[in-house]
Design a protein around this ligand. Structure first.
Ligand SMILES: *Cc1c(COP(=O)(O)O)cnc(C)c1O
Length: 395
């Protein structure tokens, strides 16, 4: 394979060879349906149990509180729809934020069409929800607060523990979309007052199409997929055994390497951010400089289009994103960048680079250099920039 620089790890990651190796026997040899009655199946089922234990241990949860799903989007859908339906007698109000992933936002819109009310909290210029605004938004009929752990576009890490504390003081359930945070920052569901949590395999060097929903014991939630008795009858369908085993292996690797990898990525992240701020004028960092994911870099470059930037980076075999893989292809600027107060024209000039544990300083030096040249070139063709510079001179 020819060389390229992959900096879109928030969209998906390359699976670790160890994860693939752990999964392989469950395609080729241990292929029995774990729900079947003979010993061959029971053996396979014991690996599913082990996987559940591994994940539970990582989150400080009990094994019976971990449900395997078909990925992050499914977990988000299930958490919201399942809690909404099961708690309808108590109330019909949900609180979320304006910067959630579309798996949350579009599910909320669906619930609104079906009789639920949703409050979308603002965030400040760094992407934080306001705890006072959160508390004021709670009504007697509020059943659920769903706020993401860390944002997929700008990397900001929310004050999750305080959000959970406020939720519980008001007897409201707290769900967090932790797809970007799981395996990257420590999470303990007890300590952080979390009732439901979504995570996904392919964001942590694991397989695509498998995720988890953590559901605290006692939380009222409807089943999501009706059918067989898998996942305690709440998420039917023959277990995705290779996926489940792969998810657990990726979790185990994250547990072992999270601290070291995180520290290394954080250093590279800050190195790159400083370099860009030094070398490229009119570059605005998106998200909080400190309380952000170790691997997230997000900028808006004034006077240029993120799409052109991506295209020219692509020509150099540098792969980034203009925000979210889910919004690319649409011409609307990112809802996250608008929510942190970037004007439309500036939000359009966004670039997100997300590192992996394999990203090197050498790669980032190459990217910084190419980026500076590309930004320069695009600005030299921009009438907006020309106008701006003229005004600067006469001012
Ligand atoms: C990727 C992502 C999802 C969706 O997860 P899938 O497994 O791809 O369905 C949800 N929320 C966030 C924050 C994400 O980054």
């Amino acid at each position: 394979m020819e060389s390229y620089i992959y900096l879109d790890n928030a969209a998906t990651t390359k699976m670790k060879p160890e994860v693939f190796a752990a999964m392989k026997p469950f395609f080729e040899e241990q292929y029995a349906n774990p729900a079947s009655a003979y010993g061959f199946a029971g053996k396979v089922n014991s690996f599913v149990d082990e996987a559940r234990d591994e994940v539970a241990d990582f989150l400080g949860a009990k094994s019976r509180e971990i449900y395997f799903t078909g990925g992050g989007s499914e977990s988000d859908n299930w958490a919201l729809k399942g809690v909404a339906e099961a708690n309808r007698k108590k109330g019909n109000h949900i609180i979320t934020s304006k910067i959630e992933h579309h798996a949350i936002l579009h599910t909320c819109e669906y619930l609104e069409e079906n009789g639920w009310e949703v409050t979308y909290l603002d965030v400040d210029e760094n992407g934080f929800v306001d705890l006072q605004q959160l508390e004021e938004a709670i009504r007697p009929e509020t059943i659920l607060i769903s706020i993401m752990f860390a944002n997929n576009e700008i990397g900001t890490i929310q004050p999750v523990k305080e959000i959970g504390r406020i939720a519980h003081e008001h007897n409201v359930l707290f769900h967090t979309d932790a797809v970007q945070a799981y395996g990257h920052v420590p999470i303990d569901v007890e300590e952080l007052n979390i009732d439901l949590l979504s995570a996904s395999g392919h964001k942590i060097y694991g397989p695509k199409g498998v995720g988890i929903l953590y559901v605290r014991t006692g939380v009222k939630i409807h089943s999501f997929i009706h059918g067989g008795a898998q996942e305690r009858g709440r998420r039917a369908g023959t277990s995705n055994v290779p996926g489940i085993v792969g998810f657990a292996k990726a979790t185990k690797l994250a547990k072992e390497h999270m601290q070291e990898d995180g520290a290394k990525e954080e250093q590279l992240r800050d190195y790159f951010i400083a370099k860009v701020q030094e070398e490229i004028p009119f570059a605005l960092l998106n998200g909080d400089p400190k309380r952000r994911l170790p691997n997230n870099i997000s900028f808006c470059f004034q006077f240029i289009e993120g799409e052109s930037l991506l295209m020219l980076l692509d020509q150099k075999k540098i792969y980034g994103s203009s925000g979210s893989a889910c919004t690319s292809g649409s011409l609307d600027p990112s809802h996250v960048l608008l929510a942190i107060g970037r004007p439309h024209e500036i939000a359009h000039g966004s670039l997100r680079l997300t590192l992996s544990d394999e990203t090197s300083k050498e790669e980032l030096d190459v990217v910084a250099e190419e980026l500076a040249q590309i930004v320069d070139r695009l600005r030299s063709m921009s009438p907006l920039y020309e106008d701006f510079m003229k005004k600067e001179k006469t001012a």
